[in-house]
Design a protein around this ligand. Structure first.
Ligand code: PAF
Length: 278
């Protein structure tokens, strides 16, 4: 695997390979979830590129940009072993030279849930992902379903701006106890880590209510909150039962429903979701 840090080097690599390229955008500190994206990209494309960039424009002023975990050498090993051909690991200056003034407004789909709690987050995500698409010119790009709203935002950007990149959503990878894999899990103390599978259990309670015929949004949200409320280390930021197409909260479901939540353990905020289909 080759590691490059400049846009010019990525373009030179891309233009030397006419074949399909699968791109896995990441912020590094990789785990088995990222590895599964690279492996899938490897199966579906003759060439695979990954990016590693902790994108400052998607972090709010009080978020964890400075302490976001980093380990380039370990990430390089994992990517190479998973079959990645090219790693693009640019500096902030390379991605956002001083003159940068244009940002992507992802519209109403970015307003609720994560977008409501993290103003400007999806503007930063949409902008950097569109830039990466312009730099790498991938055929397909791979994103985890754990970040369900991010995936919905990216699909919408690509659709509305006619970006010729196939967006592939990949299943959330979980630890044995059900906790969704995330780079942020490393912030958890041992007791918080032991408590964190409560997100998975709460989503399970929502899914069980749904399986029992419950279709009212408030009852689905209540079923999840009841489980979270019983875990003293967990503090729910939001709990949602929403239309997966618009991400607006539902009163009574007529079609599929996306259950999602953000939960604090101390200062660490974890998210998870589960799609319910009739
Ligand atoms: O999901 C992430 O790691 C990031 O939001 C992404 C898509 C790499 C953009 O910075």
């Amino acid at each position: 695997m080759k590691t490059v840090t400049t846009i010019a080097a990525v373009r030179a690599w891309r233009h030397a390979h006419e074949s399909a390229v699968g791109l896995v955008p990441t912020m590094g500190y990789l785990h088995a979830g990222h590895v599964s994206l690279v492996e899938r990209a490897r199966r579906e494309n003759p060439r695979v590129a990954a990016s590693l960039f902790v994108n400052p424009t998607q972090f709010g002023p009080n978020e964890d940009l400075a302490r976001y975990p980093r380990d380039l050498a370990r990430d390089q090993e994992l990517l190479a072993a998973a079959g990645c051909d090219l790693l693009f690991a640019p500096s902030v200056e390379e991605m956002y030279p001083e003159a940068s003034q244009v940002f992507v407004d992802p519209g109403p789909i970015a307003a609720p849930l994560e977008g409501g709690r993290r103003p400007g987050h999806f503007r930063g995500v949409a902008t950097v992902v569109l830039k990466l698409f312009g730099i790498v010119e991938p055929t397909r790009a791979y994103f985890g379903e754990k970040d369900a709203q991010q995936l919905a935002v990216i699909r919408r950007v690509v659709r509305d701006l006619d970006v010729p990149v196939g967006i592939v959503g990949c299943p959330t990878q979980r630890a044995e106890d059900g906790l969704a894999l995330s780079s942020r899990n490393t912030y958890l103390s041992p007791t918080q880590r032991a408590a964190a599978p409560v997100l998975h259990r709460a989503l399970g309670a929502g899914a069980a209510a749904w399986a029992g015929g419950e279709r009212r949004g408030d009852a689905l949200r209540r079923a999840m909150l009841d489980v979270l409320d019983r875990e003293p280390l967990a503090r729910a930021d939001y709990v949602s039962a929403a239309d997966p197409a618009t991400l607006q909260e539902i009163d009574a479901a007529a079609g599929p429903v996306l259950l999602s939540m953000a939960v604090f353990f101390g200062k660490t905020r974890l998210i998870d979701n589960r799609l319910l289909t009739p």
